[in-house]
Structure formats: C-alpha cells, structure tokens
Design a protein around this ligand. Structure first.
Ligand code: IDP
Ligand code: MG
Length: 168
C-alpha cells in the first residue's frame, strides 16, 4: 500500500465542544503518523480557497462563516497532517460521511456532528477526499518547513524585506 499524506482540520465546533482529545484518540486507531500539527485562526481568504470547489452551493457562505469561526465565537482550528499507508481512506473512514445523520454512529461525525436548522452540516472535522485534494490542501495550510517530512518538491527563495510581528 502506498504511503500518502492527508489533511485533517478540527473545525471550530470541535474546539468549542472540547473534542480535540477524543478526535486525536479516534484518529490514532489508524496507526498513521502525525507529521504536521498547529492551531491557527482562519483568515477569510484562506477559507474561500479551501472551499473553492463548493462556491455557488446554497450553504457556501454559511460554510465560510462556520470554518472562520463566526458561528461559534471560536476562530481557532487545529490542523493535522497524517501520513502512512492508505491514509486518505483510513481517515475518511473514521471521520464518517459528510452528513452527520448518515454517518456511522461510531464515526467522529456520527458521534459528534449535527445538522443545523439552516441545513448546514456541522461535522466537527475536515478530512481530505483524494490525493490531489490532499496535496492542494496541505500546500494551502502548511509551509514546507512546518512539516516533518519532505512531502512535495520545494525550493528556496530569498525573503523580501517586509513587516512581521515579533515578540517584544
Ligand atoms: P467533506 O467535508 O465530507 O469532504 P464536502 O462536499 O467537501 O464534504 O463539503 C465541505 C463541507 O461543507 C462539509 O464537511 C459540510 O460541513 C458542508 N456541506 C457539504 N455538503 C453539504 C450539504 O449538502 N448541506 C449542508 N452542508 C454541507
Ligand atoms: Mg471535501
């Protein structure tokens, strides 16, 4: 079986409901390796890029509010890269179906997700759906040096002068 990388995002509802520990425990059943992890606030541009394939869907704008934390007053997400044999399918299996009502009750989405009155699936985690999506998403959320393995070809670049925040 080929080794693959896949992106997991614990969405704002997962953090708000204090589910990170439970979710990490469930995902550890896959015996995959975590090769990247961080907590981030989600900027709106990144949210639009991540969900670009869903633009035009009736739930799209609410989905952007969801992932950027506006629905939960919680703008953090937790990002994880899992790596190993058949990683994409293994993680999708434990994540469960997109619709939490249709998801296996013992899957993460089946156990912890819900459908809002508006119809939006509030389903606790994101998991990459295939190889090309995994690569696209990992490159969107992580820089090469934030990942323990060299997953994809990278190059060195000279960083231009600019502004960044530092500790004072
Ligand atoms: P996935 O997260 O299982 O890969 P996608 O089709 O990529 O499913 O959709 C991204 C997210 O948009 C879902 O996780 C869910 O939160 C939301 N979503 C997708 N389809 C629907 C729908 O038909 N109704 C409401 N929300 C949806
Ligand atoms: Mg998807």
């Amino acid at each position: 079986m080929k080794n693959e990388a896949t992106l997991v995002i614990i969405k704002p509802d997962g953090l708000k409901k204090s589910l990170t520990g439970n979710i990490l425990s469930r995902l550890s059943e896959t015996k995959l390796k975590i090769i990247g992890a961080k907590i981030m606030k989600v900027e709106i541009d990144l949210a639009h890029k991540h969900y670009a394939h869903l633009k035009g869907k009736p739930f799209y704008l609410e989905l952007i509010d969801y992932i950027t934390g506006k629905k939960h007053g919680e703008n953090r997400v937790m990002l994880l890269i899992y790596w190993g044999p058949n990683a994409i399918d293994k993680v999708r299996q434990i994540a469960g179906a997109t619709n939490p009502e249709e998801a296996e009750p013992i899957s993460i989405r089946g156990a912890y997700g819900r459908i809002l009155t508006s119809g939006l699936f509030e389903n606790v985690i994101h998991a990459s759906s295939d190889l090309s999506e995994a690569e696209r998403e990992i490159k969107l959320w992580f820089e090469p040096d934030e990942i323990a393995y060299d997953l994809y070809p990278a190059k060195e670049t000279v960083v231009k002068e600019g502004k960044k925040r530092i500790w004072r």
